[in-house]
Design a protein. Sequence first.
Length: 234
Amino acid sequence: MTDPRTALVLFSGGQDSTACLAWALDRYARVETIGFDYGQRHRIELDCRQTVRRELAAAFPHWAARLGEDHVLDLSLLGQISACALTEARAIELQRNGLPNTFVPGRNLLFLGFAATLAYRRGASVLVGGMCETDFSGYPDCRDNTLKALQVALSLGLDAPMTIETPLMWLTKAQTWALTDALGGERLNALIVEHTHTCYLGQRGQLYPWGHGCGSCPACTLRRQGWEAWQAAR
């Protein structure tokens, strides 16, 4: 049965957010998307977003009828104060606190806060994000407890129910490939391989069996390993 609510998907144009978009389109009567330009080093992901939306609508007409407006917010101030490997050209490495320097402090907190504000205005009551505790780098703003606490805070602060859905929270990357296969079969996974962007360095040159990328950054490595594990398990 279709959930009559409107969902707003945090959609970067990457594999995980595309999986979340497909998941939401399969469930909710109306789905809108939101992206953020925060001065990210891999800004090319913003260019991929519209291509992914267009290809999804063309390949899955039953989802196209549910796909609503897209929104992009300018959060360049976040990039100006972050000073990390995702906003500056620096080597990706671990910091003294044990977190990789790809961690953008407060990013998901800000994203969800702004998304909730937009959702409130648009009549949406569900926020969908690709945060995950299984295949992640220890980012504290991706943890389930963080997001549950934020759901309570947003609902109280808006005086309106605001549900945060994280369908990938307990999935490995291999299981994420399996999820999109279950949702849209080979057509959806081929779309993800060809059109989504994950590489932290923003490289789109070579196309590997699992998608475009440099092939060696942490994001590419995780995506490749997930693809290989999923293929081996089929």
